[in-house]
Design a binder for this molecule. Structure first.
Ligand code: FES
Length: 146
């Protein structure tokens, strides 16, 4: 399997790993098939994502895509972040092998789930598709404490 240099870089040196205390939006998604879990934390001021961090318990591609996703949304508005697609993340990483594309979907979903949480917290109507918890959250693994 061939990974691009960028994928290897983001896998070996993931950006923005960790948690944000008192985050304005937190989203957790999982892939029921592989059991991988991704958690996204957002700090939002005036509808701009001023900080984004993630924790991913999953494969290398999931780590690289969540790392890239945080880089792509930081400094952008909530609206722009909602437009982030897994395709854009994959492109920014210089591509992913076909069997790893589903891993990038987690990154897109984690951003959406965190933004949905933010909308809920500020009482704004959620006018976008939110990944369904039953389908995406893995019940097999507990997220370990660091
Ligand atoms: Fe599960 Fe990549 S194999 S997210």
């Amino acid at each position: 399997m061939q990974y691009s240099e960028k994928v290897m870089d983001h896998f070996a040196h993931p950006r923005n790993v960790g948690e944000i205390e008192n985050a304005d939006g937190v989203g957790t998604v999982g892939n029921a098939t592989c059991g991988d879990i991704m958690q996204m934390f957002l700090k939002i001021e005036n509808d701009v994502i001023v900080d984004a961090k993630f924790k991913t318990f999953g494969c290398g591609a999931a780590i690289a895509t969540s790392s890239m996703a945080t880089e792509l949304i930081k400094g952008h508005t909530v609206k722009e972040a909602l437009e982030l697609t897994n395709k854009a993340v994959v492109e920014a990483l210089g591509g992913l092998p076909a069997i790893k594309i589903h891993c990038s979907v987690l990154a897109e979903e984690a951003v959406r789930a965190a933004l949905a949480d933010y909308y809920k917290k500020i009482g704004r109507e959620i006018d976008f598709e939110v990944p369904e918890a039953e389908e995406t959250v893995c019940h097999v693994h507990e997220i370990p404490e660091e």
